[in-house]
Design a protein around this ligand. Sequence first.
Ligand code: SF4
Length: 333
Amino acid sequence: MNKEKKHILSGMQPTGRLHLGHYLGVLTNYVHLQHDYDCYFMAADLHSMTVFYSNYKEAQNYILPLISDWLAAGINPEKAVIFVQSDVPQHSELAVILGMYTPVSWLMRNPTYKEKQENVEKDIDSLGFLGYPVLQAADILLYDADLVPIGEDQLPHLDLTRDIVNRFNHFNKSGNDEKVFKLPKPLLSKFPKVLGTDGRKMSKSYNNTLILSEEEDSLMKKIMTMKTDTARIRKTDKGNPLNCPVFTYYDFFCKDRKDEASSGCKTASIGCKDCKNIIGSEIVKNLTPFREKWHEVKDDHNLVFDILSDGAKKAKKKASETMERLKEKLGFH
Ligand code: SF4
């Protein structure tokens, strides 16, 4: 890794096949970041265990497809360290130590704790789920991450990491005060809200996704059934593009045709089928390089294993340097 460059840590949980929402949000961001920063991108399988605790093998089965999707999207193992969280035992070790500096009340206040408990169907009332922000803090701190790419809604999580670092530093001051941990900062990224086929946020749990590796005809079929402005029942009904989920895709894929579609919709000179054909072909065209690469890598398990093994070596090296520094500071034998 390059000493001059800032470090970035980010991860995705292996929970299923990636969709267009991931592509337009996280993956394109990763591809840009890898050119300017030393990036550590991790398959966060320990985090997925908060939900997959009773069927963990399922989460493990999603790791190779996740990495294949990353490679297909253009994440380059020559530029970024790609690894699986559980291959680096220091994540768990550091989480235990940081847990000693984390008041339970901070975890109880975590806004996603209650929200997820209410929305995830499975029983996730566990110590592991309550403490997952501590594991997140360990993920970030192990790699001396200067920056963490997040959306505004995730700022409270990073604040918690920063609070843990400050509390750790408060209790472990010493004469020459070399700090063990850097205070990570947010790299605020705009993750666009991508709507699914039913008009709600695209999400696996709503079963409304356009899967990145899906074949063209299946993608087109889904797009043709997408929800539109409900006021347009007949082709002669005038519509309002601002009430239409399909219209939101013009911004992502064909801005230059947005005005024409808007006035065509308002005057009923175009039908929803025309619009969907335009958007559908643009999505298919834009995802063609992804699909081609995905077909190359999806069954090449040796390639993915080699990348992960190399990534684990690099990640472990960095993580053990951090742990040595920490243990020396704390006085471990
Ligand atoms: S014409 Fe296009 S923008 Fe208007 S409602 Fe139909 S799909 Fe949406």
